[in-house]
Design a protein around this ligand. Sequence first.
Ligand code: GPQ
Length: 836
Amino acid sequence: MSEDERHRSDLLYTLMDTYIKNDVLSVQESIVNHVEYTIARSRYHFDDFEAYQATAYSTRDRLIESWNDTQQYFHDQDPKRVYYLSMEFLVGRSLLNALYNLNLKGLYREALEQLGYNLEIIKERERDAALGNGGLGRLASCFLDSMATENLPAWGYGLRYQYGMFRQTIQDGFQRENPDYWLTLGNPWEIERPNVTYPVSFYGHVSAREEDGRQIFVWNPAEQVDAVAYDNPIPGYRTANTINLRLWSAKPSREFDLESFNSGDYVASILEKQNAESISSVLYPDDRTYKGKELRLKQQHFFVSATLQDILRRYTAQHGSLENFSDKVALQLNDTHPTIGIAELMRLLMDVYKWGWTASWEATTKVFSFTNHTVLPEALEQWPVELLQELLPRHMQIIYDINWRFLQELRAKFGNDQAREYRMSIIQEGDEKMVRMAHLALVASHTVNGVAEIHSELIKQTIFEDFYEMYPKKFQNKTNGVTPRRWLAFCNPPLRNLINETLGTDAWISRLDLLEGLKSHADDGEFQSRWVEVKQLAKAKLAAKIKELCGVEVSTDALFDVQVKRIHEYKRQVLNILGIIHRYDQIRNMSEEEKADVVPRVCIIGGKAAPGYELAKRIIKLISAVSQRVNNDPAVGDLLKVVFIPDYNVSLAEVIVPGSELSQHISTAGTEASGTSNMKFAMNGCLIIGTMDGANVEIAEEIGDDNIFIFGALAHEVPKLRTERADLKVDDRFAHVVRLISSGEFGYADFFTPIVDAVQGSDYYLVANDFPAYLRAQDAVDRTYKNSSIWTRMSIMSVAGCGKFSSDRTIRQYATEIWGVEPCERPRPPNAPEGY
Ligand code: GPQ
């Protein structure tokens, strides 16, 4: 290479490969530029929020560069791609996550400091992107992080709701719901793509015509809406890859229906068109409860139709045709919510691309796979045939055709078995015919998976028993995981540093099994005291948060006992609160001498109830009422505090999880598919009290039975216990605490009657059955906590045994065992700065 050429290639490198410079001055320049030119504030005078915005835009520039280069690399390499289709992504905040993943955190902290701003303070000004309800949505976000980190050629697809998860406030102890208009002050993390727009159709009728001797169906829709793409870059950790989360927003169609404007009423026509935007306006706050709302079905179709059009368009743009499409694309359905996409793909292939049924079906069944997240029957989606017929007439035809062929297959395999056909048909017969979306997903997917070992076994024995008999090879398990970046390394820096120092490396952050190396330090006294110090720091942060949000002063000498998750009967917050009442009643009746022996506790509960879930809302009120009583009883003092933390969300969890010492995962065995917060808590050295349910089973296996407080009935015992519940001789303590509630000890006796009736009546979730075992387990907790060295050992062993619960592991298993996709890592540019 000549001097000149070398010079040119250097230039090419600086200009074309790393256009953005990463040194303190360049970063400051970039931030100040954004203050001045993006948000149009004076560079001499901007507040913390504006500093946050400018920092976010500056970070986004770097993400975009990495995003562009990664997408170009994927295009050039042309590997098989995977698309994760989910109606929910519970993203949380993005700033710190992006800076850490780009390895720019230190640089930005310093750059900001010199400008007079504190990164720790300004990062708090970011609003959570709460485009999900709970575990299912957060899992999708952890998966994106891991797919980027594992260098998979993957994209996520979802909806850009204008109103995310509602904001919960507590007034007089009652939940109130407020809209979460998270986009009001702008969203620096998204890139609007007005040129990536697809029409999505609804209603109308289907006609048929002959074409080349074949019957072609034509859907003549009556309504059309445009889907506009918004791209959200997802950076991987310690890789130059940045993948994409593409979210769709509904806009009035640009072309459709122009004639109506000539009808004379121009203004009315504009207003009517404006309604189109409502399709992507709101996230349904119902979690695991299916409600047959037309708008929800519209959202589902809007989402999958835009997504599939986009995938097919991008594929044909690159390959010239759809040839080999099914070898080069995998589509994962996150629960049944995107299942209408099966009919939509069939429609697109047959009606638009003019493939025949056989080829279309072959391709469709080769690309789709499906994850189930619950065995609770109330979550199984079923849409009225009548509604589908009206909203998506062509899809309903296709579903009937799929079902007809499926029933043929069934007969061929099992002979004439009417009862079986009735159970398995995609169409449920009855007064109101329904389409069973899970059956459609099962028939058309090459694989179905549960989300923890016990759950994957249960779906084979219960809700999908018939399908397991018919397609045993389709069934797999993929135990959930969480990203160890957000849920350990980034949310708990003191623990991260201690682990780094102890293991002599930070490689565990992307290879979580390396945490095993902590085991040999579990009994080391000096290490233990540093471990305790780290926990105390996190507890102090949580205590400050509790003071800020609940106005309650709590002692960091007390045991911090936490249950945070959506409020559901099956999750048994009621068991927790009954246990708290029992504890309270004991303490207030103790002598001073006895009190001296009590381990002080702070019981922390948080979570949202679906706005229409009356009983769940009453449970929140009960928790508040108990906390009012307990916290103000001078006989109790610091021995027991009860707080309900309002508006539990991702960023609160990032404070709560590290600061907890005991966390409760106490669902009736067989009801919680997996749980993922159990993994987050364990990873942060918090001990678990829990039932043999969901991922608790595997956590116990990994960290060892003696490092976890397990209690309660087992999943296989539950059905029988339910039938015998009426004959159960209930524990006296149980009867007593329930009586305290119904007799008005906490006020609102009438309001709490449905809760009392539920646990005294059929007690479907077996609260009474498990109550004595629960109290025993809580006693064991108290006893253990008194011995700091044993407790700390258990805490260390929990973290050390958590390697399996990284979503990196989960994603690798999906990639090899379900999707058949391989990593595609973009090489770093030569001489690229560290972290580029
Ligand atoms: N899950 Cl079906 C949700 O958060 N929402 C839902 O609608 C359904 C399931 C959860 C499930 O309850 C947890 O046990 C899982 O850990 C989580 O999905 C992710 O798989």
